[in-house]
Design a protein around this ligand. Structure first.
Ligand SMILES: Cc1ncc(C[n+]2csc(CCOP(=O)(O)OP(=O)(O)O)c2C)c(N)n1
Length: 626
């Protein structure tokens, strides 16, 4: 498919050569390009359709990459990637060795910072602006943040610190949606500003017209902006941004590229105080199914653009779906259970729970720290809070887990989804650190079930237990690659399960790695190596009885975990054996001191050597060298 303008635009410099009147057509082509490509590759979709005009306007008005734009979270930066020298490689997005799904300075000088987690843009941009000032440079710095990302505490901390920043613009891309509806009082505050059309048209019309008058334009615009400040105080006395020292401009139509350009030019002239530009966009703009169901189209797998997303469920349930089922069943029996989500209701499979238990489901917004401490408060008064959260986002709340849950020893349950490698989202999203950052906390217990039976036992234990418990489980279906095993059968979840016995070596694995260990054991068997295979569902505390029995029989052990080795499960075993002065030989299989890139799970496992054949080979070589 050819594009009249886009085919000749590889960089913002080329975009800036165009006459302004052609920019709406550029936007249409860019949007169609994204629809065509993401329907084939999968990836973030609805947010990128919403950010097209804003991106074109920003690169048109600002002298990027000298002027610096920081995209918050980075899931909306596909139009930016396409305009900044990556159009020809866009087919490789999120694929192994291909373009990252998020901004990455290693990939392009136009990507000012690594992102993936929400709420960082204002702090990053302030840091860049301060560095600019200290180095006596003169360029502009802008942060683009969604109304969802603005619910995170970190974003507020950045806003609070920005009052004296110069040549500094925060652009609030407000589509009233996070992944689900944006939660909290802040979102309500925005809607009050938005329903103030009188204010909006005054600002846009006067500002845009006057800024066109040569020489006096900029000065007058500035006066007008100040004047508007006065009017706005009458019209919108509660404007929180003004109270924080920003000059607030908006709300403006984020799909009118010409209007956006005028307003951004106007913003550029105001160099002395920070500006908050409030832009209204529609998530999924220009693709009807995504406009009407932005949640389903937030992130997509490949789909037929003429039909829309496939419906129907896959035959093998995922770990997420399984947890969803058992927590709903548990809540039917136990009215103390309360589920808390940090803006990830559907991702963590809690849609059904929220529907069935509206009073016992709380979406706190992108506020992981608050989610954990809030859960502590609930637990302190006898409720059973379950924080359903991705491993990578729980990292935000380390101090709250330690100080507000483990120290007072409160029975908060952490349902840690996406624990392990996640695939296309890559290094900002792999959930491979949680054992390390939880294991050393007193009172914390950690389980990693391989199947539904173990998950049920882990949840039952956690509900009965009077201290914090974490249940970690990965993305994807149970029975990874069809390595079928009977149900977890240990009576207690705190006891490890011996799946098979053999004399040469013992494989101790957690979660989905149990299936891989078992398949590797079958290959080793064919090579004359007899293995014992253990499912170590209880990671913390470990089942010492079983561990010491194993060591007495055979002191060669291999640990397998979808986690970093440093501080991980294998490290826990090593510590335990060393402390007891055991004689042992250990091979720890996991991730060795590196950030794993993006790609399919299959490719990443190949790279790490986690396919059963590779595992068997590695174990065989290790045994022969011991
Ligand atoms: C710390 C953190 N928590 C959760 C997420 C998952 N997440 C990715 S995008 C998103 C919604 C962002 O909403 P908004 O900023 O309004 O952007 P929109 O998608 O609406 O354009 C969420 C919750 C994340 N990336 N980082």
């Amino acid at each position: 498919m050819t594009h009249k303008f886009l085919d000749d635009i590889s960089s913002p410099e080329q975009l800036r050569q165009l006459n302004e009147k052609n920019l709406p057509a550029v936007c249409d082509e860019l949007r169609q390009f994204i629809i065509d490509r993401v329907a084939q590759t999968g990836g973030h979709f609805a947010s990128n359709l919403g950010s097209v005009e804003l991106t074109v306007a920003l690169h048109y008005v600002f002298n990027t990459p000298e002027d610096e734009i920081v995209w918050d979270t980075g899931h909306q930066a596909y139009p930016h990637k396409i305009l900044t020298e990556r159009k020809d490689r866009f087919d490789t997005i999120r694929k192994y060795k291909g373009l990252s799904g998020f901004p990455s300075p290693e990939e392009s000088p136009y990507d000012t910072y690594h992102v993936g987690h929400a709420g960082t843009s204002i702090s990053v941009a302030l840091g860049l602006a301060k560095a600019r000032d200290l180095k006596n440079k003169k360029h502009h710095v802008a942060a683009v943040i969604g109304d969802g990302a603005l619910t995170s505490g970190l974003a507020f901390e950045g806003l609070n610190n920005a009052h004296d920043a110069k040549k500094f613009i925060v652009i609030l891309n407000d589509n009233e949606v996070s992944i689900s509806k944006t939660m909290g009082a802040f979102a309500k505050h925005f809607s009050k500003i938005v329903v103030n059309p009188k204010f909006r048209s005054f600002k846009q019309k006067t500002g845009a017209v006057i800024s066109k008058i040569p020489l006096v334009g900029n000065v007058l615009t500035r006066i007008i902006i100040r004047l508007q400040g006065g009017i706005k105080h009458i019209l919108a006395p509660q404007n929180v941004f003004e109270n924080l020292g920003f000059h607030y401009i908006g709300p403006v139509d984020g799909h009118n590229v010409i209007e956006m350009i005028e307003i951004l030019k106007m913003c550029k002239t105001e160099t002395e105080i920070p500006i908050l530009l409030h832009v209204m966009t529609k998530k999924g703009h220009g693709f009807k199914p995504a406009e009407s169901d932005p949640e389903s189209y937030h992130g997509v797998t490949p789909f037929d653009k003429n039909v829309g997303l496939p419906n129907g469920k896959k035959s093998t349930p995922t770990y997420t779906e399984t947890f969803s089922e058992i927590i709903c069943n548990a809540a039917n029996e136990n009215n103390k259970i309360v589920v808390i989500s940090a803006a990830m209701c559907s991702g963590t499979g809690m849609t059904k729970f929220a529907h069935e238990n509206p009073n016992r489901f709380i979406d706190v917004g992108i506020a992981e720290q608050h989610a954990v401490t809030f859960a502590g408060g609930l637990a302190a008064r006898g409720l059973t809070p379950v924080v359903t959260i991705y491993s990578t986002f729980l990292q935000r709340a380390y101090d709250e887990i330690e100080h507000d849950v483990c120290l007072p020893n409160l029975p908060v349950i952490f349902a840690i989804d996406r624990a392990g490698l996640v695939g296309g989202d890559g290094k900002t999203h792999h959930g491979v650190f949680d054992i390390s950052y939880l294991r050393h906390l007193p009172n914390m217990k950690i389980f990693m079930p391989r199947d539904k039976a173990a998950m049920e036992k882990a949840l039952d234990f956690a509900i009965e237990n009077n201290s914090p418990c974490a249940i970690r489980y990965p993305r994807g279906p149970i029975l990874q690659n069809g390595y079928d095993l009977p149900d977890f059968s240990s009576e207690k979840i705190t006891s490890w399960e011996t799946l098979k016995s053999g004399d040469d070596v013992t494989l101790i694995a957690i979660g989905q790695m149990v299936f891989r260990a078992f398949a590797a054991a079958e290959i080793l068997e064919k090579n004359g190596i007899n293995t014992t295979v253990i499912d170590a569902c209880a990671i913390q505390p470990i089942d010492e009885n079983t561990l010491f029995q194993i060591i007495e029989k055979n002191n060669k052990i291999v640990t397998l975990e979808d986690h970093v080795l440093s501080g991980g499960f294998g490290a826990a075993i090593t510590e335990k054996l060393s402390d007891k002065n055991c004689e042992y030989h250990i091979l720890r299989i996991g991730i060795d001191d590196k950030f794993v890139e993006h790609g399919s799970i299959d490719e990443l496992y190949s790279e790490l050597g986690w396919h059963p054949k590779q595992l068997a080979e590695k174990i065989k070589n290790w045994i022969s060298n011991e």
